[in-house]
Design a binder for this molecule. Structure first.
Ligand code: URA
Length: 246
């Protein structure tokens, strides 16, 4: 037996959080009765409907690796009509959503899937999934600042976990530096906030790697599907099947 929101997200009909909202809005039925609380459990033989439509538990799993350009939101829809990353993918019948987020002005590697379980695993802090960014920042970044970034920066939501940091280049004329940073946390605007906190505002930010996957072969605005081996690798990183239940 599993919670209904989990069965819905695993079926790819909505993310777990969205499924919770659907339940609270009274739009979900279990074996013909409206469920409006979050604790209710069911199993694979139960009939679950959203707005009267059965969730499809046998739909194919889809996994895309997108090279997101700047100027796109990492959401499925936007009330204000801004462009979203979904517009860069082929039209599919399944409900695809991004695994985590990149800021509107950040470019680079974003995974999208209808596999809610894998998404939850990859985003769970327990698995410390690595994300590598290339940051172009204002000014010359000195050794002691790099060291601070490595050990931890005090932000308003607490100190950051140790990061891997590499100084790549400095441009004297333009007065900027390029730094590679790998973190495993996923706080909102984390890399931008870390650099701002040490006095080097970010001028441009690109995610070059996520969970061992890179952008190699995928140009800006393009995508590719993941291979079976890559999906298996991600599952392994995310704790394997069934290990990331809560
Ligand atoms: N850190 C940021 O500041 N922005 C992103 O988009 C991702 C990580």
């Amino acid at each position: 037996m599993e919670r209904i929101q989990k069965l819905i997200s695993r079926a790819g009909a909505a993310s777990r959080r969205e499924a919770e909202k659907l339940i609270l809005a009274g739009r979900v039925t279990l074996n013909g009765r409206v469920v409006s609380e979050l604790g209710v459990q069911a199993d694979d033989n139960d009939e679950i409907l959203i707005d009267g439509v059965a969730i499809n538990r046998k739909q194919p799993r889809l996994y895309f690796l997108l090279n997101k350009p700047k100027g796109y939101l990492s959401t499925v829809r936007d009330d204000r009509g801004r462009r979203t990353v979904i517009e860069l993918l082929p039209e599919v019948n399944e409900y695809i959503y991004p695994i985590g987020r990149l800021d509107y002005d950040t470019e680079g590697l974003l995974l999208l899937t209808n596999d809610g379980e894998l998404m939850n695993g990859l985003l769970h802090p327990r698995y410390e999934v690595n994300k590598t960014y290339l940051a172009k920042v204002k000014g010359t970044v000195m050794g002691e600042v790099l060291q601070k970034l490595r050990t931890g920066i005090m932000l308003e939501d607490g100190i950051t976990a140790p990061a891997e940091v590499r100084f790549l280049e400095y441009n004297e004329k333009g007065n900027w530096s390029r730094i590679q940073i790998t973190i495993h946390e996923g706080r909102n605007r984390q890399v931008r906030r870390m650099f701002s906190a040490v006095g080097h505002d970010v001028l441009a930010l690109k995610r070059t790697a996520f969970a061992g996957l890179t952008l190699v072969g995928v140009s800006r605005g393009k995508y590719r599907e993941l291979t079976g081996d890559e999906v298996a690798g991600l599952r392994h990183i995310a704790g394997g099947p069934g290990k990331n239940n809560e």
